[in-house]
Design a protein around this ligand. Structure first.
Ligand code: CMC
Length: 429
């Protein structure tokens, strides 16, 4: 008999059960046989926030939080950030292996050919007020793609799935740049298909009256690295949202819009926005100790610190720090960098942060880079979403062909009343 089992004794009944262990997990559903009586529903596990529950098998991204390891399809993030382009990494995530030169050229051409959006998107964008948050605009416009491509709902057809993958990756920067232009009251800039993925995005954000926008190659590369670092992060909040919505069998754009929605929150992709607001509030290095004391007293969190999975260091933070320096070479140093450096220094020595294993995460420095690029804080989570789109899509594609998956449907522990007597409204106290 296999030793890969877990023996459980139910002390309520004295009965013993043997549950198979596979890949270091037991199946939640195996607990259901543990009952006190025939009418009993069976034992469930209670796991708010999925702290210890695997929801799928996935071959997309590997993370070892204790060791600070992040790999896409088995390749360390450090190597990909140094040697690959974002589109190459997107290909890797989606197809499972690195492209040959010829495959990369076809993939790049396909994505480039789909960067334009339907003209009606301009009217759609125009419907937003001037103060609309670009993340709200991105969420809505990604969702709107579902209405523009109704054939996308035919998700059993691999060709249809592939076409939507290309469309989504191609149009994310366009929709993101349109959101920024709308926010600024500037005319939308059409894609320039002679530029790289990141170069074209910079052009759509910044081009004004010049006939041709020439991105600085150092900024272009730094942005590409940023997209690579954000491309996937296994079953995080937004990816789980994508998989959960996708599990109902709708079109991928609806699932991607759910991903953007989840990413919007300050505990997730909105953290980079919160970091910059925090740095601006601290303003000067002298104010750092008082701020840290406030954090330790529980008044607020040190944004950009801590991670559910990384409990040693976030490998993305190390890479981003270097990319930030490269951008500052072009733009000049952001004075808030000194505040950030001091915060990091104090926090890494302080027992409060050390004992809780709180380290800088990817968002601690990304905001400084975005600000150096002249982006308003509202755009920061949008930048995250552009990179993450490839991961969401890779995970959605993996889910769509996973025979073990069904519609997502957690259980609950009901804590409300039962069978109450209905009281007529006039008689309610
Ligand atoms: N500042 C101060 N204390 C913190 C922080 C922080 N940033 N993060 C966690 N703690 C404390 C928390 O108060 C708790 O202390 P205690 O045990 O005394 O109650 C302990 O550390 C454990 O915190 P937790 O909330 O149980 O940890 P979690 O795994 O649920 O939260 C997190 C992870 C990322 C939501 C959290 O660390 C946080 O809110 N960080 C700030 C927001 C942020 O930077 N988010 C970006 C995450 S990286 C981008 C991404 O992948 O989405």
């Amino acid at each position: 008999m296999s030793t890969e089992t877990l023996t459980v004794t139910d002390n309520r009944t004295g009965q013993t059960y043997e549950l198979p262990i596979s890949d270091g997990t037991i199946r939640g559903i195996d607990l259901r046989q543990i009952k006190v009586s025939d009418g009993d529903f069976g034992l469930m596990s209670y796991d708010p926030a999925f702290m210890n529950t695997a929801s799928c098998r996935s071959a997309v991204t590997f993370i070892d939080g204790d060791e600070g390891i992040l790999e896409y399809r088995g390749y360390p993030i450090e190597v990909l950030a140094e040697r690959s382009s974002y589109l190459e990494v997107a290909y890797l995530l989606i197809h499972g292996e690195l492209p040959t030169q010829a495959q990369l050229e076809i993939w790049t051409a396909e994505i480039t050919n789909h960067t334009f959006v339907h003209e009606a998107f301009k009217n759609f964008m125009q419907g937003f007020r001037h103060d609309a948050h670009p993340m709200g605009m991105l969420m809505s416009s990604v969702g709107a793609l579902s209405a523009f491509y109704p054939e996308a709902k035919d998700i059993v057809d691999p060709q249809i799935r592939r076409l939507q993958t290309v469309r989504l990756l191609a149009k994310m920067p366009t929709l993101a740049a349109f959101s920024l232009r709308h926010m600024r009251g500037q005319p939308y800039v059409y894609p320039d298909n002679e530029l790289s993925y990141s170069g074209n995005f910079l052009s759509m954000m910044y081009r004004m009256s010049e006939l041709k926008y020439q991105p600085d190659p150092r900024i272009e590369r730094a942005l590409d690295i940023l997209f690579i670092l954000h491309a996937d992060h296994e079953q995080n909040c937004s990816t789980s949202a994508v998989r959960s919505v996708g599990s109902a069998g709708g079109d991928p754009y609806s699932a991607m819009a759910a991903g953007v929605a989840a990413l919007y929150g300050p505990s997730h992709g909105g953290a980079n926005e919160a970091v910059l607001k925090m740095l601006r509030r601290i303003e000067r290095v002298e104010n750092v100790p008082a701020f840290i004391e406030g954090v330790k007293a529980g008044n607020e969190r040190l944004m950009g610190f801590g991670h559910r999975i990384y409990k040693n260091y976030d490998p993305r933070a190390t890479i981003i720090k270097k990319a930030v320096d490269d951008v500052f070479e072009v733009t000049g140093k952001n004075p808030l960098l000194d505040v950030a450096t001091e915060l990091e220094k104090i926090a890494l020595e302080d027992d409060y942060f050390v004992s809780r294993k709180l380290y800088p995460n990817v968002d601690f420095y990304s905001g400084l880079m975005y600000e150096a690029l002249g982006l308003p804080v509202e755009m920061f989570p949008v930048m995250f979403a552009i990179g993450r789109a490839s991961g969401w899509m890779a995970q959605w594609l993996e889910m769509s062909i996973d025979g073990e998956q069904k519609i997502s449907r957690p259980r609950q522990i009901y804590t409300g009343g039962r069978g109450l007597d209905y009281v007529d409204i006039a008689a309610r106290g």
